[in-house]
Design a protein around this ligand. Structure first.
Ligand SMILES: NC(=O)c1ccc[n+]([C@@H]2O[C@H](COP(=O)([O-])OP(=O)(O)OC[C@H]3O[C@@H](n4cnc5c(N)ncnc54)[C@H](O)[C@@H]3O)[C@@H](O)[C@H]2O)c1
Ligand SMILES: [Zn+2]
Length: 412
């Protein structure tokens, strides 16, 4: 940063002073102001002097605020935001502020185009060249330790320079992807993903969760090309799980959910069979349906992709003796599950792995997954069912909370 905090504060005050007191007046005047202010950026394109940032100012209320775009230092990157997915984490923060971040600029599943960058910025975190005009994403994980997981990160300071969309507000303000410009600072994890379309780029972050889960599953040595795999839960996480498995060549996939529409989409993403638990009374009948779906076999491997403890308890029944299970459905505490350790785990010799978020290495694999999924015709980007402009950020979050659709995105 080449401008001091005080200077930026003074500029912000001056602008806000010009804009008037009430939020409504601020927004109306902000639009007027941005129209009249422009400078040339390093690419020669005309750029506004200010950015619009959706700031969560209180629970369940974003305000789109206008801030000056700080001068881009030698190590900084200024990105024009094209879109950003709404994550469950954003919804948690919107509803309850569990991280105590308000006021905060949210949005971490974002992507956009570099419009300006400092002279020291040459490569992305994977060593790929970076130029003005390239499309990029950031990643929550620190670039200097590619093996670090979210689990390790939690023991450190999670609010590091990388976690755009969860950073506390500061003098830069352009800290989240629910905005029209984001200011990427030195030391951030950033990837050049220019070859991916906008919708695929918006899905990178959630897809990385599944790439990681499959990597965890592979450590059991059980997941093979010809494995029979059960995926329980067909929200965005389970559906992406099916797409990752199908893209890597696994064909015998049975999806389990209670929602017929989601199960139909699971079929289009690569599930060979679907089981609607609403059609069966009791765990024996449901287990029989899964068994029948594999032509008279239990699953070799299962992925648990619901946040329902009952579903965790159920899934052991669907797995053969000596089979494997990856539990990834509990990003947050969903309560306790009751299993019978003798029948469900020991005597079946189940190989159980847990999975949480991803490592930096999973990001590269995720880009490959999205390219390959598109190449084999999987409609992965149809996961984005709702698109809202930035001005309708509150509606977007409410849509997410009301469980309508699958992936909700802000698209500029
Ligand atoms: N491991 C991670 O890093 C990670 C990352 C993100 C999300 N998650 C977790 O993954 C879970 C799924 O996320 P999502 O966005 O797909 O959620 P979602 O709520 O959209 O989907 C869950 C699906 O599970 C189905 N379901 C509920 N109970 C079921 C049951 N008993 N049997 C079968 N299906 C059942 C629902 O009908 C729904 O379609 C969430 O609980 C989330 O916390 C984990
Ligand atoms: Zn997320």
């Amino acid at each position: 940063m080449s401008v001091s905090e005080k200077e930026v504060e003074a500029i912000v005050r001056q602008i806000l002073g010009q804009l008037g007191g009430t939020p409504a007046a601020e927004n109306a005047a902000a639009k007027q102001y941005s129209g009249s202010a422009s400078v040339n950026c390093s690419s020669g394109a005309v750029m506004p002097k200010t950015a619009h940032v959706a700031v969560l100012v209180e629970k369940e209320r974003f305000e789109v605020k206008e801030y000056p775009i700080p001068p881009v230092g030698d190590d900084d990157i200024l990105v024009r935001v094209e879109g950003c997915g709404v994550c469950g984490t954003d919804a948690h923060e919107f509803k309850r502020d569990p991280f105590g971040l308000i006021p905060v600029a949210l949005g971490h599943e974002g992507t956009g185009e570099i419009v300006q960058m400092g002279k020291n910025v040459k490569k992305d975190s994977a060593g790929k060249d970076l130029h003005v005009g390239d499309k990029v994403v950031t990643c929550m994980i620190f670039h200097d330790d590619p093996e670090i997981t979210m689990f390790d990160l939690n023991k450190q300071n999670v609010g590091g320079a990388d976690v755009y969309g969860l950073l506390p507000d500061d003098e830069v303000h352009l800290n989240g992807w629910f905005s029209d410009y984001i200011f990427i600072r030195k030391g951030s994890t950033v990837f050049n993903v220019s070859d991916l379309d906008l919708d695929s780029r918006i899905l990178i972050e959630p897809a990385a969760v599944l790439v990681h889960a499959v990597e965890r599953a592979k450590t059991t040595g059980i997941l093979k090309f010809n494995s029979r795999v059960c995926v329980q839960g067909c929200g965005p996480i389970g559906l992406l799980c099916i797409a990752v498995l199908r893209t890597m060549g696994i064909e015998h996939i049975t999806a389990v959910d209670g929602n017929a529409q989601r199960l139909a989409f699971a079929g289009r993403l690569g599930a060979e069979q679907t089981v609607n638990f609403g059609d069966y009374q009791g765990i024996e009948a449901l287990t029989k349906a899964v068994y029948d779906s594999f032509g008279g076999h239990l699953a070799d491997f299962a992925f648990q992709c619901t946040g329902n403890p009952k579903a965790h308890a159920n899934i052991y029944k669907f797995i053969r003796n000596g089979g494997g299970l990856c539990e990834l459905g509990f990003f947050v505490n969903g309560g306790d599950a009751t299993i019978n350790p003798h029948f469900d785990l020991c005597s079946k010799e189940i190989n159980l792995v847990g999975s949480w978020v991803y490592t930096l290495r999973d990001y590269g694999t995720t880009f490959d997954f999205l390219r390959r999924a598109k190449a084999i015709g999987l409609p992965v980007t149809e996961l984005i069912t709702h698109r809202f402009p930035l001005a309708q950020i509150n509606e977007a979050l409410q849509t997410n909370l009301s469980m309508k659709g699958l992936k909700i995105a802000i698209v500029n």
